[in-house]
Design a protein around this ligand. Structure first.
Ligand SMILES: Nc1ncnc2c1ncn2[C@@H]1O[C@H](COP(=O)(O)OP(=O)(O)OP(=O)(O)O)[C@@H](O)[C@H]1O
Length: 245
């Protein structure tokens, strides 16, 4: 029986993940324990290879930990079957990942509708339009990914992640390909989600992005080594520079 704060949106208890085996084994996550409160925004930072993406994937149930536990909305996903996990992911979790995962043959609107359709729902045109509007792409609904810039594709991916109103949104560099103005509108969007009670966990290399979050977690060599709450970008950058030394 795992004891945890009942209200946490995401919990990791001694989460450990190793890739490969024998001499080529890499311990990507080394006994990570954390709690992400609901209606909060957490940034995950750290040097390249420190385990950020691995942590995001394990917390989101896209990959399984080898040791330890991960709980989503109080539910222990380490003991879920693949089927239960898929259902949980479709119902509770949104993903906005760096490589977009947009379907190239579908329009922006169809891409946004896809996760809801996969979950057996029939989103209305208004729902889809509202999500595209939130990311500033209402006028690109009929464009296919190949007709959009990298930043616009990223925003379609974000609209797709938010349309289902997930309890927890996991985002990998959600503003990585965006200019300053677009990044700022994404920060506002993520903050609005948090104010509506949703939880955001994002990996970022950008201290400005992390400064918009409520707290920044710092990884090094697969370990959680520090945490800053409500930190200014300069403080985040200084901590990161320390870890990269
Ligand atoms: N599928 C995999 N197979 C083998 N090793 C992996 C795999 N995925 C990650 N790793 C290794 O695990 C470690 C952590 O990788 P991870 O991608 O989580 O780091 P990261 O902090 O997200 O890095 P970056 O900032 O460069 O994206 C690295 O040493 C990486 O090489």
């Amino acid at each position: 029986m795992v004891r945890t704060t009942a209200q946490a949106a995401v919990t990791a208890l001694g989460a450990t993940k190793t890739y490969g085996s024998g001499e080529t084994a890499v311990r990507a996550l080394d006994s990570i324990s954390l709690e992400v409160p609901p209606a909060s925004w957490t940034a995950v930072m750290g040097p390249s290879g420190s385990g950020k993406s691995s942590l995001l994937h394990c917390l989101a149930g896209l990959e399984r930990v080898d040791r330890g536990r991960v709980l989503l909305a109080g539910r222990d996903i380490t003991s879920c079957s693949d089927r239960e996990l898929t259902r949980l992911r479709r119902g509770e979790i949104g993903f906005a990942f760096q490589n977009f995962n947009l379907v190239t043959s579908l329009t922006a609107a169809q891409n946004v509708a896809l996760p809801l359709r996969l979950a057996g729902l029939r989103p209305t045109r208004q729902d889809i339009h509202a999500a595209l509007d939130e990311v500033g792409l209402a006028d690109r609904a009929r464009h296919r990914p190949g007709q959009l810039s990298g930043g616009q594709q990223q925003r379609v991916a974000l609209a797709r992640a938010i349309v289902a109103r997930p309890t927890v949104l996991f985002a990998d560099e959600p503003t990585g390909a965006l200019d300053t103005a677009s990044a700022r509108s994404v920060f506002a969007l993520l903050r609005a989600m948090v104010e509506r009670g949703q939880t955001v966990v994002m990996v970022t290399h950008d201290p400005v992005a992390a400064a918009n979050a409520d707290s920044a977690l710092f990884l090094r060599d697969g370990r959680l080594v520090d945490r800053l709450d409500r930190a200014a970008a300069a403080a985040v950058a200084a901590r990161l520079a320390d870890l990269e030394r």
